[in-house]
Design a protein around this ligand. Sequence first.
Ligand code: DAK
Length: 264
Amino acid sequence: MEFVLYEVKDAVGIITISREKALNALNSQVLEELDAVLDAVDLESVRCLILTGAGQKSFVAGADIGEMSTLSKAEGEAFGKKGNDVFLKLESFPIPVIAAVNGFALGGGCEISMSCDIRICSENALFGQPEAGLGITPGFGGTQRLARLVGAGMAKQMIYTARNIDANEALRIGLVNAVYPQEELMAAAEKMAAGIAKQAPIAVRNCKKAINEGLQVSISEGVAIEEKLFGDCFATEDQRAGMGNFLKKKDDPTKVKVVAFQNK
Ligand code: DAK
């Protein structure tokens, strides 16, 4: 792959969009490579993903404006579909994905971060949906995901004014969970990912499914989704291991966890 790097550290997969000369902007090739890398993740051994951008300046500076500028209507639709398919794949990916936003997250960059489960960022990060200034609407889910994450009023303000916000404002409005100095960002992302990876994997996947699917329906339907996924956990070995470990520790507080989660 030319523009997407993938490495695995213990149970954490790290995907890096690496097209630094164009500030990691998303062209068709990046989108195709992202799609392929997601398909290649070994879900038996990898329990959490981190998505970041190469370099210290940009996470993703948006969809590639050069490529988009010459698209015909049909090509524009095909490009939009390619992006939306990848973003939906990320959003519904079975394991959690943390966006480590290390700089510009504009347009498609802000949108791809919002397809991830959790966003943390560096102090120099800048978020925004500049599309209205380019004569288009956000096309990779920006109008939908931003409003769900930060509320309709703040999303409308950001989108209508095309004004970027810095890391502290992103934290204040709940777009990111935490802000770190650039040099500490990846360590913080890896620590969070490792914390997720050590929990019972099927339970974590079911939590993601329950939250994502529950947000699309009424509260009573959401609770029904949760009920079913809760019940499913009782067919797993990991539920017996998790509760068994707790009970053993209660009997003898000196005992550490004795049964590791097997993803079964
Ligand atoms: N696309 C292509 N190249 C980009 C780029 C982008 N989005 N952003 C930056 N670059 C390139 C620059 O052209 C420059 O390349 P060279 O001239 O060196 O060859 C290089 O990266 C460095 O950029 P600058 O020289 O501009 O660097 P600065 O530090 O001065 O400025 C900046 C950084 C991020 C403020 C600036 O580059 C900038 O404003 N970039 C554009 C940001 C932006 O407007 N992003 C939103 C793009 S629109 C759709 C689905 C989705 C979308 C559309 C349709 N459908 C469903 C159909 C999404 C749209 C977008 O994301």
